[in-house]
Design a binder for this molecule. Structure first.
Ligand code: ADP
Ligand code: MG
Length: 677
């Protein structure tokens, strides 16, 4: 009899209460959870690598004769074993070793070892390899691909592998349309299997997983279509007034996207539209036209930005655009005094504010909207998907708010298909007229002084510049220190100018004040960390200097560079790098120098780094694919869509329906109910 995939994991041989709770941390509660807990990589032990072909940085299996084993007294006491196979030599090093181990390695003639080899002082060496020894020349050897699993404290690889062995030896039905044999192949690659065989099987399974994901997204889209939203027809003609007041002409692309958005707002179903457009393409104004529609019916709009800086900037822009039309704009951030906050919350609740702009603060329980008709999320990639859903539930009425989502991260088309199947997408593929291209230069750090001189010249001409310090991504602390030091150095080099400092360790009202001073030209030069990355708009700033540019990904570099080139003056970006660039870093910097096209750069980023980095780890992680990797499997999407549509089609028949149900139950159990099958 076959096993029941839903059997509790505690019933598996070898799983006691302690292991059960460890497995729970990995999200493993039943048999099928464990079966779907797939290796994230493999150790290739399928061949013995000749010692002259061992590459630095690679993990491999080697064997040979031990020609020397002795304890060395350097900085650390080390047992150093030298292995020779006739083609070359490598070293194996042990910092922790027993007397017995030492004696044994001194007299045993042959060794086979697995580990990662690194180059130290021109020699390849592996620290603490796994090994076995032989008294005669080693012969028999079972080629294996050893699976390595994601795991957690208290559960080692060997134990996990054993558990899976027990599990795979049970009699499994073909679960969920994904053949058991394919899953078993990944857990226990048969003798003779290669990494490319593994990749093929992974692709087969990724196809199922992506299909399930597609079905879930389509399910959400269907559900949305059954919900009602407030119809926001053209009413007071205030949009027209804004258009004449603007002082510039919308680009053709902006006109098209505004039309698409306004058409959606006239429908009784909630809009869910993604507006993507390169940095500086003018997305903000699109949001303003949408907000006007809501305000004309006396309904509210919530606009959420990922940083206080950006929220503040939007507040200033929207006030300038909308106040003359009699539309009130309100800012709600985390930095207000208790009294201010109370007053503003009151205004929101009473409907005295039409457009409410803020950060995460908009999510607080105590924010009660009054006829929320539209929610807008700027720089959506900075937020998680979950948060998008939360705001959606806060309409305070039986209507669902329309949703507009804006992003400057141009997402390659294949990824859009995969990630945003539940959204409509508008693209602003045109920059406002008169924009000068940004010329990008890569400069070695040795020539930093020349860049400083260059900055001096343009400041003298009344232009402004950003100087961005990045040491280590994700470490706001260290970046802040770097920014403070650079600020001091530049202040003493450029004494005649006013130089501001902006970093993540500052209080948010300080940050806003500095940014404001830069915008009103009370500051000439702004030394900052990557906090200036998103959205900040100061058209008079023409130079962007980025230190340690090699440390950043293309998407982030492109965002930073997009802070300049916003006015009529020619702009420049200097990427200062340190000597000894890695190959990938060179490719990135050259791509930046040669292209200003966000979509092209996104495609390059995808190739170099994978989608996790493009979309921000938060978002990529949230998709939570078990096996599908959008980097390697995005090309499956057209076929996935075809298959998904077939399964959903009316004439699907019962066999398709049950296949669909199975796919969903396996790959998206929490969402399985969202499609009526
Ligand atoms: P992003 O798409 O990066 O959010 P913004 O909305 O911040 O871009 O717009 C960048 C700048 O360009 C702003 O100063 C904005 O007022 C201006 N802008 C927007 N549309 C146009 C246009 N059609 N012509 C001229 N300037 C424009
Ligand atoms: Mg913007």
């Amino acid at each position: 009899m076959s096993v029941d995939p839903n059997e509790r994991i505690s019933l598996l041989k070898g799983v006691g209460p302690r292991l059960e709770s460890t497995l729970a941390k990995l999200g493993i509660f039943c048999y099928s959870d464990l079966l779907l807990h797939l290796p994230n990589r493999y150790q290739d032990r399928t061949q013995i690598v000749p010692l002259n072909q061992v590459e630095a940085g690679s993990e491999c299996l080697i064997e040979g004769e031990i020609v020397d084993a002795s304890v060395q007294f350097g900085r650390r006491r080390t047992l150093k074993v030298t292995v020779d196979d006739g083609t070359g030599k490598v070293h194996l090093s042990f910092f922790h070793f027993s007397k017995f181990q030492q004696k044994h390695l001194e007299k045993t003639p042959y060794i086979r070892a697995y580990g990662e080899f690194r180059a130290y002082a021109q020699q390849l060496s592996c620290v603490h390899p796994e090994y076995e020894t032989f008294s005669a020349e080693p012969d028999s050897f079972v080629p294996t691909l050893l699976p390595i699993y994601p795991t957690t404290a208290g559960l080692g690889q060997a134990r996990l592998r054993n558990l899976l062995k027990t599990l795979c030896n049970l009699h499994w039905p073909d679960i969920a349309g994904t053949p058991f044999t394919a899953l078993r192949f990944l857990h226990q690659p048969p003798a003779g299997a290669s990494l490319s065989d593994i990749a093929k099987v992974q692709e087969r399974i990724a196809f199922d997983e992506l299909t399930a994901y597609y079905l879930v997204m389509q399910g959400r889209a269907l559900k949305r279509q059954q919900e009602t939203a407030l119809i926001l027809p053209q009413a007071g003609g205030l949009g027209r007034t804004l258009l004449t007041n603007l002082g510039f002409q919308l680009t053709g692309a902006q006109v098209r996207v505004v039309r698409e958005v306004l058409l959606d707002l006239q429908q009784p179903v909630p809009m869910l539209r993604l507006v993507q457009g390169d940095v500086g393409s003018g997305k903000t104004i699109i949001a303003a036209f949408a907000a006007i529609r809501a305000a004309e019916l006396n309904c509210q709009t919530a606009l959420m930005a990922p940083t206080e800086l950006l929220a503040e900037q939007h507040y200033l822009n929207f006030s300038q655009w909308l106040n003359p039309l009699g539309i009130s704009v309100l800012l709600l951030t985390g930095q207000l005094t208790a009294k201010e906050q109370r007053e503003r919350l009151e205004k929101i609740k009473n409907g005295d504010a039409h457009v409410i702009i803020g950060t995460h603060a908009l999510f607080q329980e105590k924010v009660v909207f009054h006829q929320l008709a539209l929610s807008i999320i700027d720089e959506q990639h900075r937020f998680g998907v979950h948060q998008r859903m939360t705001l959606q539930h806060k309409s305070g009425a039986q209507h669902r708010p329309h949703q507009l989502v804006m992003t400057a991260t141009p997402i390659p088309r294949t990824l859009t298909m995969a990630l945003y199947t539940d959204m409509d997408v508008s693209t602003i593929d045109e920059l406002p007229r008169g924009r000068q291209p940004i010329k990008t230069h890569t400069v070695q750090s040795a020539k930093r002084a020349q860049v400083v001189e260059r900055v001096r010249r343009i400041l003298e001409q009344g232009q402004q510049a950003y100087w961005v310090c990045t040491l280590i991504e994700e470490s706001t602390e260290i970046d802040a220190v770097a920014a403070v030091q650079t600020h001091t150095a530049l202040a003493s080099a450029l004494t005649e100018f006013r130089i501001g400092l902006l970093h993540g360790r500052m209080k948010s009202d300080e940050k806003v004040a500095v940014m404001q001073a830069f915008k009103t030209k009370e500051l000439d030069l702004l030394v900052a960390t990557t906090v200036v990355e998103v959205g900040v708009d100061v058209p008079n700033a023409t130079h962007m200097i980025i230190e340690n540019g090699e440390r950043l990904g293309l998407a982030q570099l492109h965002q930073l560079r997009g802070r300049v080139g916003r006015g009529q003056l020619a702009s420049h970006c200097f990427l200062i790098f340190n000597k000894g660039l890695s190959g990938a870093a060179k490719v990135r910097l050259n791509a930046m120098r040669d292209s200003q096209d966000g979509f092209y750069l996104a495609e390059q980023d995808l190739k170099i780094r994978g989608p996790g980095d493009i979309l921000g780890t938060r978002q990529a992680g949230e998709q939570g694919f078990r096996i599908a990797d959008l980097n390697t499997h995005a090309h499956l999407m057209p076929r996935v869509v075809e298959k998904g549509e077939l399964l959903l089609s009316a004439e699907a028949g019962s066999s398709n329906a049950s296949q669909m149900k199975n796919l969903l139950q396996t790959w998206a159990p929490t969402d399985a109910g969202s499609l009526s099958v």
